[in-house]
Design a protein around this ligand. Structure first.
Ligand code: FES
Ligand SMILES: [Fe+2]
Length: 465
C-alpha cells in the first residue's frame, strides 16, 4: 500500500495490497459457511508492551497466581484415555492434575496429591491405567470416583472422617473430543468460555478426528514467545520465504471475538503480495500436482475451464483424505479444505480449521521459569466413514535440542517448525536487551492477536491484584 494511501487511514484500517481473503472466497464461488465470511477486527491500541512480561519471574508468577488458576485449559484428548481407569497427568506451573475416565462416557479430574502428606499419586506427565489411586508412600488409596478406599493403620487416624476424605476434584469440561480443566471453582462454564468456537467448528467437528501425531517439545523461551511465533503470518516473508509463491501471507485476515477467541485466516494457492513476479494459476497448479506426485489426467496437466490452483488443491485433498483415512470430505468447500485457518482460545489452545494442515497447538510454561516452555503439537486427521476409530499416536517427547524432524509423524511440517523454533531463543534473549532501551512494538493489524491475548491476560492479572 502506498504511503499516501495509508496515511489517510485511521490506525488499524490499513491493509496489504492484493486480494483479500473474502475476495478469494468470492472467486472460489462455492459458498463456505457463514463464519468464514465474517470479519471481526477491532483496533486495540498501539502502545509498546513491556518486555518483562516475557522475561521476569514476577510476571511469570503473577500469571500463575492470577491467570492459570482461573482459566479453562485443554488437558488431553478423550481418545488418549479410552478405557475406565485410563488416566493422564496434566501439569501447569508447579501444579499437577489427574484426568481419569471413570466410565464409558464419564471423566473426572483430581488434584494430583495424596491427602496424607501430599505425595503425587501419579508421576508428572505420565499416563496409564489403574484400578484405583494408591499413594506410593504409605498406601492411602482412593477409588476411581475419588472416594476413599483404604487408610493403612487406620487406628492411627481416628480424626479422619472417611466419608469426607474424597480426592478434591478440579472442574472439568469437554468439547470437540478434548478434556478441559479449570482450577477456579467459580469460573464460568466451559460452554460460555468457548464463545463462538463450537459454532465455527460445526462443519469440522474435532470429536470426529483422531490424533495422528502427538509431539511435545521443551523450548528455550517464554511460553508466549513460542505461542506468538504461530499466531501471525507477518513472519512468513522473512522466516518461511519458501512459502511465498503460494501463500497469501500479508493479506491474511485476522479476527477477534470477545476476550477469549481470535482467528488467523491465511490463503493458500494465491501468491504473496511480496512476490514481484507471481506464478500463474497453471504454474501453481503444476507445483501442487508435482508435490503430491499425482497426475490428474493422462498427458500433460492443463487447468480446465473454471479450475484454479485452489480448486486443484481441493481435489488433491479430497482424494488424499479418502485414500489415506477413508473419509469422504468432498462436501466441504475449497477454503475449508485448503486454507490454514487457525483459531485461538485464551490462554494457550490453538485448533486449526482445515484438512490440509489439521494442527492443534498448546503452549504452557515449564514450571514457573519464564525462560522455558512446553509446546505440544497434534495432528487431528479424520476418522474413517466406515470402520473403527484409529488408535491415537503415542506421545513423543522431544528435548530442547531434538528437532521436530525427529518426529516423522509430523510429516512435511517439521522443517517449517524448525524455522520458527530457530527464532525463539533469539527473541527471548533479545527482549532482555531491548528492555534497556524501549518496549515491544506491534503491527496494528497483523499482530492484533498478540495484543488481544495480552489484554485478556491483563484483565486476569488486574482482577487478581
Ligand atoms: S503421603 Fe500418601 S500415604 Fe502418605
Ligand atoms: Fe511460522
Amino acid at each position: 500500500m502506498d504511503k499516501d494511501v495509508y496515511e489517510g487511514l485511521k490506525p488499524g484500517e490499513a491493509r496489504s495490497s492484493g486480494p483479500s481473503v473474502q475476495d478469494i472466497l468470492d472467486r472460489d464461488g462455492d459458498n463456505p459457511p457463514s463464519h468464514l465470511r465474517e470479519q471481526s477486527y477491532r483496533f486495540l491500541g498501539n502502545e509498546d508492551m513491556d518486555p518483562s512480561r516475557y522475561t521476569s519471574r514476577e510476571f511469570a508468577q503473577a500469571e500463575l497466581d492470577h491467570m492459570w488458576t482461573k482459566v479453562w485449559q485443554m488437558a488431553c484428548r478423550e481418545e488418549e484415555i479410552p478405557e475406565p481407569g485410563d488416566h493422564i497427568v496434566y501439569d501447569i506451573g508447579e501444579w499437577s492434575f489427574i484426568v481419569v475416565r471413570t466410565a464409558e462416557d464419564e471423566f473426572r479430574a483430581y488434584y494430583n496429591a495424596c491427602l496424607h502428606r501430599g505425595t503425587q499419586l501419579r508421576p508428572s506427565n505420565s499416563q496409564g491405567n489403574v484400578p484405583q489411586f494408591r499413594c506410593p508412600f504409605h498406601g492411602f488409596t482412593w477409588n476411581l470416583d475419588g472416594t476413599l478406599k483404604e487408610i493403612p493403620c487406620d487406628w492411627d487416624f481416628p480424626h479422619i472422617d472417611k466419608d469426607n476424605f474424597d480426592l478434591p476434584q478440579v472442574r472439568l469440561g469437554r468439547w470437540g473430543g478434548f478434556v478441559f480443566i479449570n482450577m477456579d471453582d467459580d469460573a464460568e462454564p466451559l460452554e460460555d468460555y468457548l464463545g463462538v468456537l463450537p459454532d465455527h467448528f460445526t462443519t469440522w467437528p474435532l470429536e470426529d478426528r483422531f490424533m495422528s501425531a502427538n509431539v511435545r517439545r521443551t523450548l528455550p523461551c517464554n511460553w508466549k514467545v513460542a505461542q506468538e511465533a504461530f499466531i501471525e503470518s507477518f513472519h512468513v516473508v522473512e522466516t518461511h520465504s519458501q512459502a511465498l509463491p503460494m501463500t497469501g501471507d500479508a493479506n491474511t485476515q485476522y479476527d477477534i471475538w470477545g476476550d477469549n477467541i481470535s482467528r488467523l485466516y491465511t490463503l493458500q494457492g494465491v501468491p504473496s503480495p511480496h512476490v514481484e513476479s507471481p506464478m500463474t494459476e497453471q504454474e501453481m497448479a503444476d507445483v501442487l500436482m508435482a508435490g503430491v506426485g499425482a497426475t490428474k489426467r493422462d498427458g500433460e496437466f492443463k487447468l480446465a475451464e473454471g479450475e484454479t490452483a485452489r480448486s486443484v488443491n481441493k481435489d488433491i485433498l479430497v482424494k488424499e483424505m479418502k485414500d489415506r483415512f477413508g473419509a469422504d470430505v468432498s462436501k466441504l468447500t475449497t477454503t475449508e479444505l485448503v486454507d490454514p485457518i487457525e483459531y485461538f482460545l485464551f490462554p494457550n489452545f490453538l485448533p486449526w480449521f482445515n484438512f490440509g494442515l489439521p494442527l492443534v497447538y498448546r503452549f504452557r510454561p515449564l514450571g514457573s521459569d519464564p525462560d522455558w516452555c512446553i509446546m505440544d503439537v497434534m495432528l487431528l486427521h479424520p476418522i474413517p466413514d466406515n470402520g473403527p476409530r484409529p488408535e491415537p499416536a503415542p506421545l513423543r517427547v522431544l528435548g530442547p535440542d531434538e528437532p521436530f524432524t525427529d518426529a516423522p509423524e509430523l510429516d512435511q511440517i517439521s522443517p517449517i517448525f524448525e524455522q520458527d523454533v530457530s527464532n525463539m531463543p533469539l527473541v527471548q534473549k533479545g527482549m532482555k536487551t531491548l528492555a534497556r532501551k524501549k518496549g515491544i512494538t506491534l503491527g496494528n493489524y497483523q499482530e492484533i492477536r498478540v495484543r488481544h491475548m495480552h489484554q485478556t491476560l491483563d484483565k486476569y492479572i488486574t482482577a487478581g491484584t
